[in-house]
Design a protein around this ligand. Sequence first.
Ligand SMILES: Cc1ncc(COP(=O)(O)O)c(C=O)c1O
Length: 416
Amino acid sequence: MDARSLYSTLALDGPPLFFPDPPAQITFNFDQGIAAQESFPIEELKELAGRVLDRDGARALEYISFGHDDATGDIIYLPSYVELVLGNTGLREELARWLGRRQGVAGLGPDNFIVTSGSVQAIALATMAFVNPGEGVLAESASFPYATRFLQMRGADLRTVDIDDQGLVIESLERRLEEFRRDGIRPKLLYLIPTFQLPTGAVLPEDRRRRLLEIAEEWDLVVLEDSIYADLRYDGEPVPSLLSLDTSGRVIQSHAFSKVMAPALRLGWMAGRPDMIEALAAVRQDLGVSQWLCRLMAAYLAEDRMDAHLESANAIYRRKRDIAVAGVLEHCGEWVDFTVPQGGFYLWLRMRDGVDWEKAQHEAVMGGVFCRPGERFTDSADSGRYLRLAFSHAPEHELRRGIEVLGAAITNAAKG
Ligand SMILES: Cc1ncc(COP(=O)(O)O)c(C=O)c1O
């Protein structure tokens, strides 16, 4: 049987999900942007997981929250079926409190949140909820491949907006919108990562954010703000989120515990106006995420542990970023250009002319170093000259040694 002959066109036609493994054993993995294992609050999570089970008993292991009469031990059936689609109410309440305070957004409550399996699910749901096949969507010209994949699989007309070292270029956004108008296509949604952009690390300045929101208003766009790296700041002052600047309720913001705590929690969310969030609930095709983990993270937030955790995690990443930057300057500095990011997990390196990048890449891989090639993020003409070095996960000694090996490979390819 040829299984592929049974595939739906959707399953057959999507852009590739997986890429071939590197051709050699990887010792220095700078490929995936993953939270550092040494930052995982294992003892706290162990203690809280047990405490939540002691406190809530079987209720923590249900699909949805039931009330409980402590005197009789009876279950009280509350109208909590909404949790099947929106997720645990307690976590949504705590997210509203934490995010509202951190981003300065007043008036948030549980109805402003849907809890999802990581933030990728939130992005996928938004795609289905707001975009019809054939409608126009916009993303930065280098972006998160899963998000652009979802948009393409939805059958949207995806066009890209130029970026510079401060993120999305407003004039380019206006040009693309005009092009849609000229082509008779309704532009519907703009997906962007305004803070510690993936892969460049750029932060969109406040004046561009304000202008972007005016344009979104003018063109009646949904703005999907991917906020996954925004709390991972190592220097500089925070810039207001799009969600906090939005006055018309057209910004929806995806976020998750994946990068700021641990990916295996698989807990993400979308925040936005309740009637915007309802659209995501309407297209959801599962029965929610783990009540137990939601209750655990609700307790974590309720006990105000998150900000302290972020501070210690950010200290780890600041050190790693500094080691990576120093290593690249010392070993590859002559051959690459990059901007030191103020946050996030990556260095976005551009090879200067004169480096045979394919040769450098091959030699680096044979030396056990793997970075993610630029063409995974962008199809711009010079994508082949870029690589993304993720510094977040590797231990410090591997970062030092691996970048030395990478430097040797680039130098050889430049001289040869
Ligand atoms: C820009 C961006 N958005 C979203 C995600 C999704 O993360 P998760 O689904 O683990 O929350 C990632 C993960 O790499 C990412 O880089």
